[in-house]
Design a protein around this ligand. Structure first.
Ligand code: SAM
Length: 385
């Protein structure tokens, strides 16, 4: 029988890189429940009863595009302090932590960033993660989100490594629009070739994310829908979100998912279909003429925090439970101090158990409250999109 445990809060600690610190850290992170040694059947839920099911891992905070809504060039220029190699979780550290997350209920892992295909040897970590099984004994699903710039050359090796699915980002079909959104000289053809390569090698169904910004690329909604109908690709429109502090987000720039759907429906009639699973972030629609599927991710206008089962592991090994978080729990320090699986599992479970965030549902109150506008939020490239 499956038991669900409520976690007793564990105080967080600042890790000092010395062996003397090790003993006191272990003591402070007292094991209140031995999750690592319990065998099968126990999962963790947070303060709002949400289980831990998905893990997103940012494998690099660097990117080869400068999308204005994600890594605007003014903020991510030559002066920006990207993480150094030693700061990044190694593949061995990622694998070890992933196994612990799986013991707590994770079934799907998504590699992201930054641009994950920039991480050298990305296939190696995919290969290790794809060999892992969930607690129910099924293979863990390993997926990846990419801007597809390097996908043509990488698709086959990713597939061979065991990658199950891929999501590519593309915000317009014309080079001009794409340049405005991505602030780069990369051609749309490069991205489309990458998507085609992914389909060819069987990373299907490929999903394509399009972030929609009013007045910048909303004129491309119908061309994009027209392009990907009948292609097997599932196109998903994402509302522009106020992640991080650098993208100059304003509600006026958000095109609500309802409006996007109305536009599509007037050109290509659609009907809604059930989610594939509880907690799926995209609302799914099928073209009435059978030409495929399209989706909307309405994270701003129809927040889905109540169903959020995602944890995020930042490039340098901090655990976050919300895309809009200001702080996380450091796991890299304890890993490098030689903490046991039991201590690490308790840190993860403790952090998840204390979780009561639901930023998107409270967004209006938060962004309108006096003094709250300057609240620091983690950048998406670091926490993993
Ligand atoms: N570099 C990869 C890519 O481009 O897909 C992975 C990282 S990116 C941060 C992951 C996804 O987040 C992309 O689909 C991107 O469009 C989306 N994204 C980034 N900033 C966003 C924002 N402010 N609002 C909505 N979606 C955003």
């Amino acid at each position: 029988m499956t038991e669900i445990f409520r976690i007793i809060p564990i105080p967080s600690a600042v890790v000092q890189e010395s062996s003397a610190a090790q003993a006191s850290v272990a003591q402070e992170w007292e094991v209140v429940q031995d999750y690592a040694g319990q065998g099968c059947g126990q999962f963790v839920v947070d303060a709002l009863q949400r289980p831990l099911r998905d893990l997103r891992i940012s494998v690099t905070d660097r990117c080869n595009l400068r999308c204005t809504y994600c890594m605007p060039r003014e903020a991510f220029d030559k002066e920006h302090a990207f993480l150094q190699r030693a700061d990044l979780l190694s593949f061995e550290e990622i694998e070890r932590l992933a196994k612990l997350f799986i013991q707590l209920g994770v079934q799907k892992i998504r590699l992201t960033g930054g641009e994950p295909l920039l991480r050298r040897g990305i296939e190696r970590i995919i290969e290790s993660l794809a060999k892992l099984n969930t607690r129910e004994g099924k293979p863990v699903e390993v997926a990846l989100t990419t801007n597809a710039v390097l996908l043509s050359q990488k698709a086959q090796s990713l597939k061979d490594a065991g990658l199950a699915r891929i999501t590519a980002s593309l915000d317009g079909l014309s080079d001009e629009t794409f340049r405005r959104m991505s602030d780069s000289d990369v051609s749309v053809k490069t991205v489309l070739d990458g998507i085609a390569a992914a389909q060819r090698v069987g990373l299907a169904p490929v999903k394509v994310n399009m972030v929609v910004k009013r007045g910048v690329n909303d004129h491309e909604i119908i061309p994009m829908a027209g392009h990907f109908r009948n292609s097997g690709v599932v196109l998903r429109f994402i509302e522009f979100m106020d992640v991080g502090c650098t993208n100059g987000w304003r509600m006026d720039d958000v095109v609500p998912a309802r409006e996007i759907l109305e536009q599509i429906n007037s050109y290509y009639p659609v009907r809604q279909v059930d989610p594939n699973y509880t907690g799926e972030v995209a609302e799914r629609w099928h073209y009435a003429d059978g030409s495929g599927e399209v989706g909307v991710i309405a994270s701003v206008t129809q927040a889905f925090c109540h169903e959020c089962t995602r944890a995020r592991l930042s490039t340098d090994g901090k655990l976050y439970t919300c895309l809009f978080a200001s702080g996380g729990t450091d796991l890299r320090g304890p890993v490098r101090l030689g903490m046991t699986d039991q201590v690490l599992t308790n840190l993860i479970a403790g952090h998840w158990g204390r979780r009561n965030d639901r930023y998107s549902q409270l967004r209006h109150a938060v962004t309108e409250a006096p003094g709250e506008k300057s609240r620091e939020k983690i950048e998406m490239s670091y926490i993993g999109g």
